[in-house]
Design a binder for this molecule. Structure first.
Ligand code: CO
Length: 219
């Protein structure tokens, strides 16, 4: 392994040069302001590169990532990102994106102790316990992980919808949708979990439909 960042810095110079060659004004346009239409809340996993896998460029997507893409009502970090995205940037889409084979979800499912992060993953264990009937009906541990990865996204979508800023913005007539997606590391494809919430009234129906779909399509 290299002991410095020479390669990364060289990569960066080549990338910036290629971007500028393709569009001489590209970086200059971004200097003044950002106007992303999307907020992405995803897992920190290095195999799930948010902007890259949806073909977006710098300036297109505001991003928050943490272990297992968890949205916790008291997490000031995530709430601050959400607040800025909704109130200041006025994004049109909030995407919670999980991924199959998530190590964090696997640790939560199997009660594997890693250390400090165990406390964080308690939130995913709450999801597992809430949906014990679906998890217990899975024919294998792989199927359980598959289902819990999807159910975790669904629960976090609801958590986003229930934050004060999202509730207030919808009440004030601001238009944006909260979506649940899941990414498959094995083929690079996103799957829509059939969750697209655009108002407080829609949360319960969308939630129940999405959970039922997971239960009906166990691998
Ligand atoms: Co993950």
């Amino acid at each position: 392994m290299d002991d410095d960042l020479t390669q990364l810095l060289a990569n960066n110079r080549a990338w910036a040069a290629a971007m500028t060659a393709n569009d001489p004004e590209f970086f200059q346009r971004l200097v003044n302001r950002q106007r992303p239409a999307y907020l992405w809340i995803g897992c920190s996993d290095s195999r799930v590169p948010s902007s890259q896998l949806v073909g977006l460029l710098p300036g297109d997507m505001f991003v928050h990532r943490n272990v297992a893409n968890v949205v916790v009502h008291s997490d000031l970090n995530c709430l601050s990102v959400l607040h800025y995205a909704v109130v200041v940037l006025k994004v049109r889409h909030i995407i919670v994106c999980g991924h199959y084979g998530c190590s964090g979800v696997h640790a939560a499912l199997s009660n594997t102790s890693i250390g400090l992060v165990d406390n964080w993953l308690r939130h995913v264990q709450d999801v597992r316990n809430k949906h014990a009937a679906i998890i217990d009906a899975c024919p294998s541990e792989a199927a359980q992980l598959h289902a819990l990865c999807a159910l975790n996204v669904i629960e976090q979508v609801v958590n986003v919808c229930q934050t004060t800023m999202v509730q207030r913005a919808w009440m004030q007539g601001q238009m944006f949708a909260v979506h649940g997606l899941i990414y498959d590391i094995a083929d690079g494809l996103l799957e829509d979990l059939s969750l697209q919430v655009t108002s407080s009234d829609a949360i319960a129906d969308q939630y129940e439909r999405a959970v039922a779909q997971v239960a009906a399509t166990l691998p």
